[in-house]
Write a protein that binds this ligand. Structure first.
Ligand SMILES: *[C@@H]1O[C@H](CO)[C@@H](O)[C@H](O)[C@H]1NC(C)=O
Ligand SMILES: *[C@@H]1O[C@H](CO)[C@@H](O)[C@H](O)[C@H]1NC(C)=O
Ligand SMILES: *[C@@H]1O[C@H](CO)[C@@H](O)[C@H](O)[C@H]1NC(C)=O
Ligand SMILES: *[C@@H]1O[C@H](CO)[C@@H](O)[C@H](O)[C@H]1NC(C)=O
Ligand SMILES: *[C@@H]1O[C@H](CO)[C@@H](O)[C@H](O)[C@H]1NC(C)=O
Ligand SMILES: CC(=O)N[C@H]1CO[C@H](CO)[C@@H](O)[C@@H]1O
Ligand SMILES: [Zn+2]
Length: 540
């Protein structure tokens, strides 16, 4: 049909040139009734002729349509417009950036340069208004291996990482010499039951009645010079869990004194020794620095803003490596999706907003900050308009790790979402499943409970979904026979390591998964009555 319209509006078309064109008609109109009559006959003839030609055209079109096989390419043009090679070019840029920033794209290293790259690409080839949303993020660094020894009654030097660990966000550099020990009961949760810990090393077994941070911070407030958590006998190794509020925000407290974890057997020794005779030395060289970082938002200029489709991925990597699969593959794909939609002049029915979250590796702080500011009106010093209102967000798509070398195509299980985001998340899950079924690609459902930036959305009632290709999990023999690859090997052996480079990218996975993302983005942004669509219980 579109080519037929083209012929009619084409000035050079012989059909139109043989009779009066619209400009001629309007000039002749006022010239008396004979001309009007002539015009009426001619225009009736014209109308009849046009109708006949139109009908012929439609008939011909339908006949051609019926005889030619339609390919998947014709029916899903957006998917095929996306170039995996271009995504790889963005990843090459990310790798260059990491190379110039101590082989990392973390909050303190290459994150800002990665963001500048994304912004320059969006400015040059994208179609959206760009906002930077600043927030504060604590950054944890271990500068030097810590020491932990018992000095009396007998000297024992414990081994770092085997016998003890320094827990993440567990305090600033400190040297504690020849300190006494206080064995703390009840998990250290209640200040007036911890006893006198002033100037002592508090040894405590974690309790379920408060978080590690709450216990450690209570003990610090009561004057302890260090906190040592004893691990339960179930675990063979000491813990590196975070000792920080999960949902940390500017102004919340952080630990100052060192927080260590010791194995159960080291803990037994400390607790059974004659406590009054025990003397301990601890030396740590660590820091918890609060730095400013930011999210990048690209707010679409077209489509219904009250039914916004948010497309998110995180841009930062862990400090230990360049993060090309984790999670560069997600953020490079969403960047190329936005640039491709701009290039093909895609007109969504619902507005698209792309987000590149900061500080995901520090505990989803970027997406949590976004949700807190927008959903709960919490404002920080740099609070600024980001072009989006919380109530306008109909759904969130999250793309995090799309190219694991030994991949399994994984779709988030919408049934895991909290009740008020469940029906919509199940509907989104179905959109992704449709893609894998149509292409006859194997896939599996995976949980949607924690670990990536969808969390603050589903927790605040916004349906979410996404695809991913797996991290450190081991592929079983059964999974191998279904999905190929290597059995008894991790899905991504370089997960959170310095070898997460371009060589770690599986181009087949990247191709399939980025196109799955493109399919969901173009499908969901074109749904009319998106809220009703997400409310459809037939998919539950
Ligand atoms: C660079 O990275 C290495 C390894 O992660 C780390 O030991 C070193 O402190 C880092 N240096 C800077 C300046 O960040
Ligand atoms: C706690 O113990 C310290 C010495 O370890 C002592 O100086 C202080 O008075 C004690 N505080 C209380 C409240 O008993
Ligand atoms: C911690 O390490 C830094 C850098 O390696 C060094 O400059 C500093 O003196 C160390 N601090 C302590 C308390 O050891
Ligand atoms: C999806 O999640 C629900 C709820 O947690 C669970 O009962 C179901 O087994 C999951 N489905 C798959 C295929 O894992
Ligand atoms: C969702 O469905 C329920 C009942 O099925 C209905 O009461 C509610 O109004 C619907 N909400 C929207 C936003 O369509
Ligand atoms: C999909 C996936 O594995 N994403 C990872 C991205 O990085 C965060 C933070 O380290 C991990 O928790 C996620 O699992
Ligand atoms: Zn990660």
């Amino acid at each position: 049909m579109s080519s037929l319209e083209g012929t009619l509006s084409d000035d050079g078309a012989p059909l139109l040139r043989s009779t009066a064109n619209t400009a001629d008609i309007s000039r002749r109109r006022p010239q008396g009734s004979r001309i009007a009559e002539w015009y009426e006959t001619r225009s009736r003839d014209m109308l009849a002729l046009t109708t006949v030609l139109l009908l012929l055209g439609i008939g011909l079109g339908m006949w051609v349509y019926g005889t030619l096989p339609t390919s998947d390419r014709d029916e899903h043009p957006h998917e095929y417009a996306l170039s995996t090679e271009r995504i790889r070019d963005h990843l090459t840029q990310f790798l260059d950036i990491a190379g110039k920033h101590n082989n990392s794209r973390s909050v303190t290293n290459g994150h800002a340069a990665s963001a500048e790259y994304v912004i320059s690409q969006l400015n040059a080839h994208g179609n959206c208004d760009i906002y930077k949303q600043s927030f504060m993020s604590p950054v944890w660094t271990v500068h030097k291996a810590p020491r932990f020894s018992v000095r009396a009654p007998v000297q024992v030097d414990y081994i770092f990482e085997t016998d003890f660990q320094v827990m993440r966000y567990g305090g600033q550099s400190a040297t504690v010499d020849n300190a006494r020990v206080a064995i703390v009961e009840d998990g250290g949760c209640v200040a007036d039951r911890v006893g006198n810990v002033t100037g002592k090393i508090a040894v405590v077994r974690p309790s379920t009645s408060c978080s590690l941070f709450e216990a450690a911070f209570t003990l610090e407030q009561m004057g302890a010079s260090a906190v040592v958590f004893v691990r339960s006998a179930r675990f063979k190794t000491p813990s590196t869990a975070r000792v920080r509020f999960t949902d940390w925000k500017e102004g919340d407290p952080l630990m100052t004194v060192p927080v260590l974890s010791v194995t159960h057997s080291v803990g037994q020794l400390l607790q059974t020794a004659a406590v009054s005779k025990l003397r301990i030395d601890i030396e740590t060289n660590t820091s918890v620095d609060v730095v400013k970082t930011f999210n990048v938002l690209c707010v679409g200029r077209e489509g219904d803003s009250h039914n916004t489709v948010l497309v998110g991925s995180h841009l930062d990597s862990v400090a230990a490596g360049p993060g090309i699969n984790d999670n560069g593959s997600g953020s490079a794909s969403t960047l190329e999706i936005q640039l491709t939609l701009a290039r093909i002049k895609f007109k969504p029915h619902n507005r698209l907003v792309f987000a590149w979250w900061g500080a995901e590796e520090d505990g989803l702080l970027g997406s949590r900050h976004f949700a807190r500011e927008l959903a709960h009106g919490w404002k920080n010093r740099w609070a600024s308009d980001v072009g989006v209102r919380w109530e306008d967000i109909a759904l969130d798509l999250n793309f995090d790790m799309l190219a694991s070398p030994n991949f399994i195509a994984l779709v988030h299980n919408g049934t895991d979402a909290p009740k008020n985001a469940r029906t919509g998340s199940q509907r989104i899950q179905r959109v992704f499943e449709d893609y894998f079924v149509r292409h006859d690609y194997s896939y599996e459902l995976t949980d949607m409970l924690a670990g990536s930036d969808f969390v603050p959305f589903v927790d605040n009632g916004v349906p979410a979904g996404g695809v991913l290709t797996g991290a450190g999990e081991i592929k079983s023999i059964t999974e191998r026979s279904k999905h190929g690859g290597l059995a008894n090997a991790a899905l991504d052996t370089c997960y959170h390591r310095d070898c997460d480079t371009l060589l770690n990218i599986n181009m087949l996975a990247l191709d399939r998964m980025s196109k799955a993302a493109m399919y969901a983005v173009s499908t969901l942004s074109n749904v009319h009555d998106l809220r009703g669509y997400l409310n459809d219980t037939r998919y539950s």
